[in-house]
Design a protein around this ligand. Structure first.
Ligand SMILES: Nc1ncnc2c1ncn2[C@@H]1O[C@H](COP(=O)(O)OP(=O)(O)OP(=O)(O)O)[C@@H](O)[C@H]1O
Ligand SMILES: [Mg+2]
Length: 255
């Protein structure tokens, strides 16, 4: 499949950018994908900081499978998985995959403005190849594996042996495989996957999950054998750091 690389507003020379084109380009990609829309901004830099923490932990430069989960629905898992994927894809010679393992509320295709196509379910059930199930995201060095058709038995699929083989195959092809998963308190899928992966990142929506739920999530992940690497806090409000001049670092203009 061929795909035209997506462009940011700032990448399009002014003379080429009619108003219609800008509308089309900006509408399709979720506004919270800050590494796409505002790659030099404060929020994108937070995802690079997260990326750098992960790469520092990865001292032997091994391929890494990473589960992204949260306590409850809507804390920013999918946004974090994709922004982190984009930040990792900026590293030289790195191939990154963001894979949808949330069959119940899949969102990767929608957030990237892509049409639904076969993905993980067809890979597991119908035996389509990785080359058909995996697609370019439109961002250099970042591929996606979408969920595909909704399965009748999502938790059984997650627990299947085929997932272990698949993760091993993906690790051969990618430096980082990021798994977007359902929240851990209502459904244990993320913990089952966490035990099969190298690390787990817990997204904490600041005004969403109370501390007790975060504690319960950590306990559940650890009970299931996930290797919890850390937490990533989203939804910080109040004084907006993005609007605070002190967080800006202005680049010197080129000659
Ligand atoms: N950093 C953020 N700050 C504030 N709001 C955010 C942030 N990131 C995402 N959101 C908002 O929260 C909503 C949920 O984000 P997202 O889809 O990433 O969460 P999720 O945990 O994957 O949700 P689900 O449990 O439904 O899969 C988004 O639609 C967006 O409106
Ligand atoms: Mg999600």
């Amino acid at each position: 499949m061929t795909m035209v690389a997506m462009k940011r507003k700032s990448d399009i020379p002014e003379e080429d950018a009619g108003p219609q084109m800008l509308v089309v380009v900006d509408r399709v990609v979720d506004p919270y994908l800050v590494c796409f829309h505002d790659p030099t901004g404060f929020r994108a830099e937070q995802f690079r900081a997260l990326r750098n923490k992960l790469t520092v932990l990865n001292t032997d430069h091994a391929s890494v499978t990473l589960v992204v989960t949260s306590a409850i629905q809507g804390e920013g898992k999918s946004t974090t998985a994709l922004n982190l994927g984009m930040a990792l894809a900026e590293l030289e010679d790195h191939q990154i995959l963001v894979a949808e393992f949330d069959f119940r509320r899949p969102s990767i295709e929608r957030m990237l403005g892509l049409n639904p196509e076969p993905g993980l379910v067809e890979l597991l059930h119908d035996g389509i190849g990785l080359d058909r199930a995996i697609r370019p995201s439109g961002i250099p060095n970042l591929d996606i594996l979408a969920a595909g058709a909704r399965p009748s038995n999502p938790s059984e699929l997650i627990a299947s042996r085929r997932i272990d083989e698949l993760l091993a195959e993906l690790k051969e092809q990618y430096h980082y495989v990021i798994l977007d998963t359902p929240p851990i308190l209502p459904i244990t899928d993320a913990g089952i996957l966490g035990a099969k992966c190298d690390g787990t990142l817990l997204v904490v929506g600041l005004e969403k999950a109370p501390r007790r739920m975060v504690r319960d999530s950590i306990a559940t992940l650890e009970d299931l054998g996930a290797n919890l690497l850390g937490t990533f806090v989203t939804g910080i409000r109040g004084a907006d750091p993005a609007a605070d001049e002190r967080y800006r670092y202005r680049y010197v203009e080129g000659d």
